[in-house]
Design a protein. Structure first.
Length: 390
């Protein structure tokens, strides 16, 4: 009988070793169940307890399925498990390993709200990795109308905790957000921490600037500012809202849209549009990986807020692990010649040969994990959670 590599026992043992290194204060009862749940989530591609339980063998073979489901649900509801502290320790560990290959030290942080139908709202901060992202901070709320989810204090808490994660580094944090976050409190706070912001403005927002021809301050809505159609228009040292926050505003428009980007930034206006362009892929791909492209978080509809937050936390761990595994594969292709996972394809566009990614880092990691599990030939899986620049 040929040997099987990367069995459930191998995988959970490696997760256990990682958790002991990154979460040194983890309880023994948690250490006994979390690695198995992580394995079950990835193998089932689902966060539902029944789906996880069906994929657990090894020590669970002699336990009735209903009992395994109940055990998983008890863990999700356990008040002794603090999902926020748990994930903070894991992501801080990953960030401490960050291998930045670009000399400019720019790190893009994106924040936005994610909605799981009408059941839950999550404020999420992600970090750009190539054209994609990884989750680095979150806070969950029940329903879609909890005011605390949208309060400035909640958003400022996220900004502060993310800033603290990089306090021992010389990285330049650039915060990106859509037009629903153009509060002066948010922009001022990012600036006070010494970071950069590129935040999209709403068209009705009032702006104030000195007009050379008129010889005085003019008030207009952001949407009424003059801008070119085929190139960026820059307004330096403009003031926004009644609070008269001073910043630069850059407008990007094209003939193909009636909704131009109006970006406020406290830094180099020549990079504002390029920086903001990273926002969508670096957070929407994370949402997608948590939901329909990955672990179907939207299946959860009746769980308590505590249970949902625990589920969300472990889904974030799985997204982080698989994305970093995909990154590891991309940097070490010579070690995976037998796997030959197609991550890029060549296209001819306007007579030029262009190489484009067709498989995300997350899906690359997931594909590699599935091939490695119970394989008859050895496939290397990195459990180090090393954060490589892509």
């Amino acid at each position: 009988m040929s040997k099987l590599y990367n069995t459930q026992k191998d995988i959970t043992s490696n997760f256990e070793i990682f958790l002991l290194n990154s979460v040194p204060n983890i309880r023994k009862t948690q250490l006994n169940i979390i690695p198995s749940i992580l394995f079950g989530i990835i193998q089932a591609e689902s966060i539902a307890s029944s789906d996880i339980a069906k994929n657990l063998k090894d020590n669970f073979l002699d336990v009735k399925l209903d009992s395994v489901i109940k055990r998983i649900n008890r863990f999700f509801r356990n008040k002794l498990f603090d999902p926020y502290t748990f994930y903070k320790q894991i992501i801080s560990y990953a960030i401490s390993t960050y291998k930045k290959k670009h000399s400019d030290k720019r790190v893009h942080i994106i924040f936005d709200h994610m909605f799981s139908h009408e059941n839950y709202t999550t404020l999420m901060f992600t970090m750009r990795l190539g054209s994609q992202g990884i989750p680095i901070w979150f806070k969950c709320f029940k329903g879609v109308s909890d005011n605390d989810a949208f309060m400035s204090d909640t958003i400022l808490q996220g900004i502060k905790e993310v800033s603290d994660m990089f306090s021992n580094s010389d990285f330049n944090l650039i915060f990106l957000a859509d037009r629903w976050f153009n509060s002066c409190d948010i922009l001022n706070y990012i600036d006070s921490l010494g970071h950069t912001y590129c935040i999209r403005l709403k068209k009705p927002l009032y702006v104030y600037y000195f007009d050379d021809k008129e010889g005085h301050i003019i008030r207009k809505t952001a949407g009424d500012l003059f801008h070119y159609k085929h190139r960026s228009t820059i307004y330096s040292d403009i003031f926004i809202t009644k609070q008269k926050l001073k910043c630069n505003v850059v407008i990007s428009d094209s003939k193909d849209t009636d909704d131009p980007w109006i970006i406020a930034t406290n830094s180099d206006h020549t990079r504002a549009i390029k920086d903001y362009s990273y926002r969508f892929g670096a957070i929407e791909c994370v949402f997608k990986n948590q939901k329909s492209n990955g672990f179907y978080l939207e299946k959860i509809t009746t769980a308590s807020l505590k249970a949902f937050t625990s589920m969300f936390c472990l889904v974030c761990v799985c997204v982080l692990f698989l994305t970093l595994l995909g990154s590891y594969y991309s940097r070490n292709r010579s070690s995976y010649k037998k796997e030959n996972i197609t991550t890029h394809k060549n296209y001819i566009i306007n007579g030029k040969k262009i190489k484009k990614r067709v498989l995300s880092l997350f899906n690359t990691g997931l594909t590699l994990f599935k091939r490695a599990f119970n394989s008859h030939h050895y496939v290397s899986i990195s459990y180090k959670f090393i954060l490589y620049d892509i």
